[in-house]
Design a protein around this ligand. Structure first.
Ligand SMILES: NC(=O)c1ccc[n+]([C@@H]2O[C@H](COP(=O)([O-])OP(=O)(O)OC[C@H]3O[C@@H](n4cnc5c(N)ncnc54)[C@H](O)[C@@H]3O)[C@@H](O)[C@H]2O)c1
Length: 250
């Protein structure tokens, strides 16, 4: 019961899986949640210190069960990583209400519900929340009216939570990844988009799942004990840069 416990949502693959693996390496117990049962079984099979939760973060009853099952298993919740996300890109005129709701349900309702469900347990441990937004929540771009708006929403949700839950010693921070070659990104990044990202990123490359996981692990660790309400872009410099990089390179 002394071992710290984190919940990571969207943990079956991509950034969530890399984060779970890094936390396990660092001695955490990890409740790995994903709605994709097959992928989650593959990701958790044979691992110790892991609880597999086949749940959907957009369904309130699933989220209540997530908190209860994690407490039943570990007796405590020290960190919550709200990572589960979906991306649907397309022109604004074609973004109908179903698309809008699908994206908001996972990307914004999900973190709200999960943090709400874990707040009592996080009070007991003076725990930490890390929300995963995106550079699309920091800067508007084409084709992502729902995705970008959901990610801007989670950035502000982080600050709301930090403002009110600081009272209980709970820290809430947000990580905005730049592009990472996961299944989510590769489904919506054409070769043209990949080239454009390389042009617009000072480090001139995509990031890796592990590079994002390191920032998340730092923010939930004791090393970040006086950091709350912050939004950190792990994006190779994308957000801080204006025009001119391609010209400079050539
Ligand atoms: N990959 C990128 O380039 C990138 C960039 C910026 C932000 N992000 C964000 O990082 C997070 C992780 O993305 P990724 O690239 O690893 O994606 P991914 O698609 O590889 O993994 C996401 C996981 O979340 C799960 N999931 C989706 N909706 C869920 C729900 N409602 N309930 C439970 N599980 C659900 C999926 O089954 C999947 O296993 C997302 O929030 C995404 O928006 C990714």
């Amino acid at each position: 019961m002394d071992q710290k416990c984190a919940i990571v949502t969207g943990a079956a693959r991509g950034i969530g899986l890399a984060t779970s693996e890094l936390l396990l390496e660092r001695g955490w117990r990890v409740a790995m949640l994903d709605r994709d049962g097959d992928e989650l079984r593959k990701a958790t099979q044979g691992r110790g210190n892991v609880l597999a939760l086949v749940r959907d973060v957009s369904i309130p009853a699933d989220v209540t069960a997530m908190a209860a099952e994690t407490l039943g298993w570990a007796g405590r919740i020290d960190a919550l990583v709200n990572n589960a996300g979906v991306a649907e890109f397309g022109p604004i005129e074609g973004a109908d209400y179903e698309i809008w709701r699908r994206v908001m349900a996972t990307n914004l309702d999900g973190p709200f519900l999960c943090t709400q469900a874990c707040t009592e347990a996080l009070k007991a441990t003076k725990g930490a929340v890390v929300n995963i937004a995106s550079i699309s929540g920091l800067r508007a771009s084409t084709l992502r009216v729902a995705y970008g708006t959901s990610k801007a929403g989670i950035i502000h949700l982080t600050k709301q939570h930090a403002a009110e839950l600081g009272e209980y010693g709970i820290r809430c921070n947000c990580v905005c990844p730049g592009p990472v070659r996961t299944k989510l990104a590769m489904a919506v990044h054409s070769q043209e988009i990949i080239n454009a990202y390389h042009d617009a990123i000072p480090l001139n490359r995509y990031g890796s799942e592990q590079e994002i996981a390191e920032v998340i692990a730092f923010l939930i660790s004791e090393k970040a004990s006086y950091v709350t309400g912050q939004v950190i872009a792990a994006d190779g410099g994308f957000e801080s840069t204006g025009v001119g990089l391609p010209a400079l390179r050539s």
